[in-house]
Write a protein that binds this ligand. Structure first.
Ligand code: AP5
Ligand code: MG
Length: 211
């Protein structure tokens, strides 16, 4: 497997870029946040365990997340080119990937962005309930209010994109991010990306970093 992990603050654009790369290039996009939200919508045991943590803006415990990503990766062919978006979030999660030779991470891309722009990015985000396409009321507005440009699905706001939860998520991110960056920096796998730019130019730079 060829595994790239996307690191970066909530709202730094990980999901937007990973989705584009999975549509335009041969990458498989795995977002642990999307998996958890799907589990909550299904009412599964995983969803029941995760919901409280997500609603408070806290991390879901490592044992649950490591088991989830283990089972997901085990089902994929060895030839897969994978983008992990939102995993790992802790050094324990990063070590769990590396401990299995099949899932050792090839590169980690950190989406660098000033914290000041993130609250507006997150509170203005809208997502298509049908195809998952992300929009933004100001930066990427849909042509028709509340309607997805791609599939005409209706747009919704994530429950953890309210300002108070957003602020907590940013604090939680700061608590583990520098250890995670050190983990990949010391093993020469860390690549920095300027994520405070236009979507297209970020994508061009990202493709270069992933090749
Ligand atoms: P998750 O779903 O991973 O959320 P997150 O990390 O907080 O990241 P976001 O999805 O909010 O941001 P993003 O970087 O994808 O930004 P996006 O591209 O959408 O996790 C949610 C929760 O699940 C966590 O809080 C935790 O509870 C739990 N969880 C998940 N994984 C876990 C793990 N491994 N361990 C423990 N718990 C876990 O962009 C944001 C907005 O900006 C959009 O509106 C977009 O249109 C806009 N935008 C994007 N790019 C640009 C640009 N270049 N210019 C202007 N606007 C832009
Ligand atoms: Mg995301």
């Amino acid at each position: 497997m060829d595994i790239s992990v996307f690191l970066g603050a909530p709202g730094s654009g990980k999901g937007t870029q990973a989705k584009r790369l999975s549509e335009e290039a041969a990458f498989q996009h795995l977002s642990t946040g999307d998996m958890l939200r799907a589990a909550i919508a299904d009412g599964s045991d995983l969803g029941k365990k995760a919901k409280g943590f997500i609603d408070r803006g806290e991390l879901v415990p490592d044992d649950i997340m490591i088991a989830l990503i283990d089972t997901t990766l085990a089902k994929l062919p060895a030839s897969s080119k994978i983008i992990l978006d939102g995993f790992p979030r802790t050094v324990a999660q990063a070590e769990a990937l590396d401990n299995n030779p099949k899932t050792r991470v090839n590169r980690a891309v950190t989406f660098e962005i000033p914290e000041g722009v993130l609250v507006e990015r997150l509170t203005g985000r809208r997502i298509c309930s049908k195809c998952g396409e992300p929009f933004h009321v100001k930066f990427m507005p849909p042509k028709k209010d509340g309607i997805c440009d791609k599939c005409s699905g209706s747009l919704y706001q994530r429950s953890d994109d309210k300002e108070d939860v957003v602020k907590r998520r940013l604090v939680v991110f700061q608590q583990s991010n520098s250890q995670l960056l050190n983990f990949y920096r010391t093993s020469q796998r860390l690549k920095e990306l300027d994520a405070n730019a236009g979507v297209e130019s970020i994508q061009t730079n990202l493709v270069r970093l992933l090749s």
